[in-house]
Design a protein around this ligand. Structure first.
Ligand SMILES: *[C@@H]1O[C@H](CO)[C@@H](O)[C@H](O)[C@H]1NC(C)=O
Ligand SMILES: *[C@@H]1O[C@H](CO)[C@@H](O)[C@H](O)[C@H]1NC(C)=O
Ligand SMILES: *[C@@H]1O[C@H](CO)[C@@H](O)[C@H](O)[C@H]1NC(C)=O
Length: 396
């Protein structure tokens, strides 16, 4: 049991930092444009080291965009486009850029007629203003203001070689064949790539719901009910510690993502959610330290320690579940996520009710047996679960 629970905590410790760092590492939201341009939304596109930044003006229907391609070089062209009529190449309305032999950048529009046509210059089906391109530090950026179709649009992005100074056919396998997805400039949702902020909000939600909202209540259930069974000692203790510690590690990671999200959304504060989150972190940290300061089983202060430990523990669970629901209201994910969490809580609660009744039954039966056996030396000398009767001092 000891190995299982600490192994699990260790696994969390190893997996989480990489999960978290991969969420932040290639995030477009930390990028600063050299000319002080700022965009309200961005997406890390999933292939070809590409990023899309944009600001959508709902009243004009115009979007100012910047398409960035890192690890670019002067022997390649880059392109970003929208396909208003389909998902493949034919019909793509593209913005193309490459470096000319004299060193200046060329940026132009090209409607792609079909497979095999080589990015001829031409007008697009929507208007394009202020088109330009830059190439610095191995990074090509296409800037433009476009009037794209509204709603979900199909976007594609691409890179390919220059032959004789003009764009030539790109590779049609691997990432070059997968570099497409849908985009909604007005709502900021991106498929295929994933709006990095949205993705981090989802990770924040999952980490916190699992740790504070499920693992910790589960760990309390284990402590409360398993220790009634003498044969489950000391397994219940290690399972309890395993659940709470891994819940704490995952929970602190989730808490950190929350602080980061909070610091990024200047102007929008969810003060109740934030305050409860900070309170939870303090109370849970206190519990971890309380574990270290725990008096021995038969110490006269152990009773008071139990009172403190149990009341803080139950307070954490109540606050955690409230905060998960507050989080659902803020994040407003698909209904199925909320349903899944409500389902998990109902399972935990039903489980607790059944165990509550059953363990009371066991404890009362045990008491009765002891009384009829009249073995006074055994009343306080019971081994197996903390040396005192759980049921009698339990509900503090
Ligand atoms: C949208 O464009 C209109 C007209 O140019 C401008 O007045 C307004 O400030 C723009 N809104 C935003 C949020 O940039
Ligand atoms: C570079 O070459 C292109 C096309 O050959 C030409 O249009 C452009 O003016 C040139 N730029 C400079 C800075 O010479
Ligand atoms: C693109 O549109 C402009 C203005 O509407 C027009 O002058 C030009 O000839 C068009 N170019 C092509 C290649 O059709």
């Amino acid at each position: 049991m000891r190995i299982n629970s600490s192994g699990f905590a260790l696994l969390c410790l190893c997996v989480l930092p990489s999960l978290i760092s991969s969420c932040y590492a290639q995030s477009c939201s930390n990028y600063a444009f050299s000319n002080n341009q700022a965009f309200t939304s961005c997406a890390d596109l999933p292939y070809l080291n590409s990023y899309l930044h944009w600001t959508y003006n709902t009243s004009t229907g115009l979007a100012r965009i910047a398409f960035r391609h890192t690890s670019a070089d002067s022997s390649k062209w880059v392109a970003w486009g929208i396909n208003p009529t389909g998902t493949g190449m034919p019909g793509v309305q593209a913005l193309v850029a490459y470096q000319q032999s004299n060193g200046s950048m060329r940026a132009y529009t090209s409607p792609v007629g079909g497979y095999g046509t080589m990015l001829q210059e031409g007008n697009l089906s929507f208007s394009v203003l202020d088109l330009s391109a830059t190439f610095n530090n191995n990074e090509m950026i296409i800037f433009a203001t476009v009037a794209p179709p509204s709603g979900n649009i199909n976007q594609v992005w691409q890179e390919g070689p220059l032959v004789g100074g003009s764009p030539s056919a790109h590779v049609t396998t691997g990432p070059n064949a997968q570099s497409k997805g849908t985009l909604n400039l007005a709502s900021g949702t991106v498929s295929g790539g994933g709006n990095s902020k949205l993705r981090r909000r989802n990770i924040h939600g999952i980490l916190n719901a699992v740790s504070w909202g499920i693992l910790m209540p589960l760990g309390i259930t284990i402590a409360r009910y398993m220790r009634v069974f003498k044969s489950a000692d000391p397994a219940w203790f290690y399972l309890h510690i395993g659940c709470q510690l891994s819940g704490y590690v995952v929970g602190v990671a989730g808490w950190g993502t929350g602080l980061k999200l909070g610091s990024e959304s200047a102007g929008i504060t969810y003060s109740a959610h934030r305050s409860i989150g900070i309170t939870l972190f303090c109370l849970a940290t206190l519990q971890v330290f309380a574990l270290l300061l725990r008096p021995k089983k038969d110490h006269k202060y152990r009773f008071y320690w139990n009172v403190y430990h149990h009341s803080v523990g139950y307070a954490v669970i109540v606050l955690a579940i409230i905060n998960v629901f507050k989080g659902f209201n803020i994040l407003n994910p698909e209904k199925k996520w909320k349903h899944a969490y409500v389902g998990a809580i109902i399972v935990l609660a039903c489980n607790a009710i059944v165990w509550e009744i059953y363990t009371w039954y066991i404890v009362l039966k045990r008491k009765k047996a002891e009384r009829t056996e009249k073995m006074p030396h055994d009343i306080n000398g019971r081994n197996g679960y903390n040396g005192y009767d759980t049921r009698m001092h339990h509900d503090v």
